[in-house]
Design a protein around this ligand. Structure first.
Ligand code: G4P
Length: 555
């Protein structure tokens, strides 16, 4: 058989064992993860240090230029430039120590949005980053809930150990108590703040000593045994004794790291370090690569799909418009789930049944785009999207598969969207419908049909600004926003019949979502709690299940 007649995944032929072998190796090499954290915990700093180790950037400050406004690699849109923030989340791929790592960037500042949640649908592992002085913070908790829903393994990195922080045991206790996530420290700190001396690696029982490295430098961590540390006086004995005592306490609670529990998202390996001074980042990365799961089999309409299978499949988890003002295009980000992806493949689009040739797939690294020839499970590719793809869409080759889709997550900001200019209604309608389809924002409607203006429902304030900005610049409609004083939304499980059963309800507003499902809006959690007390049988959900095969309501 000549190579030109070799069946490939691209023409739908059966993959040869050799190709499967290559695929299996590519999958085994890949680790894909997202960082979940609260603003200021050090995500940008940690990302930068990880990229430095991977050789993906040459110097610190490439991700966030110090002294400038916050400027991140994904700095595309005009609005982003004005605000000096990153709206777009990208994937950063780099090689380290024989592994190919895909770091899915979760927008996390003022740019917190539904994309942040959706990115987690594409992640196989999560790194929960905490500031040692603050412990668990609100945004981290919310993102944790999404990880928990998907049962993805969570690795905890407790950052800023070079500064005074809370007691390590107290930090772990908080995670266990409040998140119900058991912890297994992989290393344990010796002192903290000014007296931070390093960590004890729990598996090798070695000390890794901390030296205040120059900002941005890869510090060479010095390793030595407990005995050597004592003999050389490298660490004050009282600090070392305390750390060893605490470690002993931990051993009593469970000496083994149970990998199965880690993979089930029930046990979190915990690391202490300081991203800024580069301490503990390399040991973290090494252990992470060892313990994290490779791209996993995913449930679909055709059963669980093994990543090492001959047929390509993947799903759209994010749509991005106008990333490059010179192109004014849209990109659909696809997470590859199985098989090998090849440029120019003709794939099936599960929702519409259409065949689509993927001729210019892109790999994105910050601002740079390059056309990719192939991609493997765990990778993310960017496809030009002339309005074909929607969030959650499955693409496949071979037997039909459809992945579960991505649910709608509970919005927290609500506002009427007004169009003061009736003659622009057509453009207004087109813009609102397209932005909803794209997942830029959720649209809710009043139950009173005479109030026809849409209600924008967002996870972050910036989503509203983006919608207004895009309506103006892409659809030529200037709009006005009128905030609604609600901050909590819940879907009624069982829909309208269940809601009718309970009769009149107080201190909340009932609206409809784009699939005509009842959604209750509350001013605050307290009002939600009140309704729960009054009607314990009414089942409410913070996440709306995926609807398939039903067309949403358009404006
Ligand atoms: P984020 O992306 O999670 O929001 O956090 P980011 O990395 O921007 O870090 C927030 C601040 O915390 C930055 O300081 C950063 O330098 C600092 N930081 C991050 N890791 C550590 C650490 O391990 N130890 C200490 N002491 N500080 C850390 P900034 O003053 O806001 O910015 P910059 O002037 O340092 O750039």
């Amino acid at each position: 058989m000549t190579s030109s007649s070799t069946p490939t995944a691209a023409d739908g032929g059966a993959a040869l064992p050799q190709e499967l072998q290559t695929l299996a190796e590519a999958v085994a090499r890949r680790r894909n993860f997202a960082i979940i954290s609260h603003p200021d915990a050090g995500k940008t700093t940690l990302t930068e240090k990880l990229l430095l180790y991977g050789g993906a950037i040459q110097q610190a400050g490439a991700v966030k230029a110090k002294g400038e406004q916050r400027k991140v690699t994904s700095d595309w849109m005009e609005l982003e430039k004005q605000r000096g923030i990153s709206i777009t989340s990208t994937v950063l791929q780099f090689d380290y120590s024989g592994s190919t790592i895909n770091l899915l960037d979760t927008p996390g500042h003022q740019d917190f949005s539904e994309d942040t949640y959706r990115t987690l649908a594409a992640a196989d592992n999560a790194v929960m980053l905490e500031d040692a002085a603050k412990g668990l913070e609100p945004q981290t908790r919310k993102l944790f809930e999404v990880c928990r829903m998907r049962r993805i393994p969570i690795f905890t990195f407790i950052n800023k150990m070079d500064r005074p922080g809370r007691e390590p045991l107290e930090l772990l206790d908080e995670i266990e108590r409040e998140l119900g996530l058991a912890c297994w420290p992989v290393n344990w700190p010796i002192g903290s703040g000014d007296q931070f001396r390093g960590v004890i690696d729990r598996r090798s029982h070695e000390l890794i000593l901390f030296a205040r490295a120059q900002r941005g430098r890869q510090s060479e961590e010095r390793r030595l045994s407990v005995e050597e540390a004592r003999a050389s006086g490298a660490v004050e004995s009282d600090l070392l004794d305390q750390a060893l005592e605490e470690l002993e306490l931990l051993e009593g609670a469970g000496a083994e790291l149970d990998l199965e529990l880690v993979r089930a998202g029930e046990l979190s390996p915990v690391f202490f370090g300081s991203a800024m001074t580069n301490f503990g980042v390399r040991p973290f990365l090494d252990a992470f690569l060892d313990l994290a799961q490779q791209p996993v089999a995913r449930p679909s309409s055709a059963g669980v799909i093994d990543p090492v299978g001959p047929g390509f499949s993947g799903f759209v988890f994010k749509l991005q418009a106008n990333m490059d003002p010179r192109h004014r295009d849209r990109v659909a980000f696809v997470r590859v789930c199985s098989g090998k992806f090849e440029k120019d493949m003709t794939v099936q689009h599960a929702r519409t049944g259409r065949s689509i040739r993927l001729s210019r797939p892109q790999k994105l690294f910050g601002q740079d785009r390059e056309v990719v020839d192939d991609a493997y499970p765990g990778d993310v590719i960017g496809l030009n999207n002339p309005g074909v793809f929607a969030i959650g869409d499955t693409l496949f080759l071979g037997p039909r598969v459809e992945y579960e889709g991505i649910p709608c997550f509970s919005p927290e900001i609500f506002a009427w969207l007004r169009n003061p200019n009736p003659s622009a209604f057509k453009s207004f309608r087109k813009g609102v419908n397209e932005l909803r389809e794209e997942g830029a924002v959720q649209i809710l409607y009043d139950t009173d049909e005479s109030k026809r203006d849409p209600i924008l429902a967002a996870v972050g304030q910036l989503q509203l600004e983006v919608v207004q900005y895009r309506l103006e610049h892409e659809y030529g409609v200037k709009t006005r926003i009128e905030p609604l004083g609600f901050s909590v939304a819940r879907w009624v499980v069982g829909g309208w019949p269940e809601l009718e059963k309970v009769g009149r309800i107080f201190n909340c507003k009932t609206v409809r979502d784009a699939w005509n499902r009842p959604v209750l809006l509350f001013k605050n959690d307290w009002n939600l709690g009140q309704l729960r007390d009054d009607h314990p049988d009414l089942e409410l959900s913070a996440v709306a299940p995926v609807v398939s095969g039903v067309e949403p309501i358009s404006l």
